[in-house]
Design a protein. Sequence first.
Length: 236
Amino acid sequence: MELTVLGCSGSFGAPPAGACSGYLLRHGSTAIWLDCGNGTFAHLQEHVGVEDLDAVVITHEHSDHCVDLNGLFRVRYFGGHPGRIPLYCTPGVLTRVGGLEPEGTLDEVFDIHELPGTYDLGPFRLDTVPLPHFVPNAGVRMSTSDFVLAYTGDTVPDPALAELAATDFERVQAESRAAGRAVHPSYADMAPNQYRAPDGSLIDAERFYDCPLWTQPARAADPRIRRVRPEAPTAP
């Protein structure tokens, strides 16, 4: 399994991370785009051709997690690519991204499956659970017989994370609080909990580069948080 960080700038694109949330998960010949935040489609194409993408999984409808799905739609719709790509997403994603185009509909390009839900996705079993956020948000668990990857989208510490938690390998996103509203966990929230890699560290790709509005100095000093740079493959 290889996980490539396509973008990790939370809420809006900012240097040096550039793009917002987006990850490329590859296992054998299978390639899955996990969250499609602003700017990630360009980075995706540096690693895999649009014709070689097997599926797209989107946790929720906020633009920093979904808006670049429009780029893939445009390439395939106007480029005349045959067949439809499986798309697993919460219902709000369809409204948000579908409203960007005056011509064509998402279901002409994508084979749409609603989240939360459980599906077989190539070599993976895709399990998702609802997690608290401003809008419906699906925590994602991708598993094979050899490994498990869990991804929370945007959320706060919640009992449902126990259902999502991995045993062999885990990536936990930890975003900071926005304007005092408990809609993302702080690093102080996430570091003490049990959701971490086998060596005891948290794998924190989102917010690796803090936007100044939410900078938290305590984060840099916590040795339990492992940094993952954008576009750097990560494997168990």
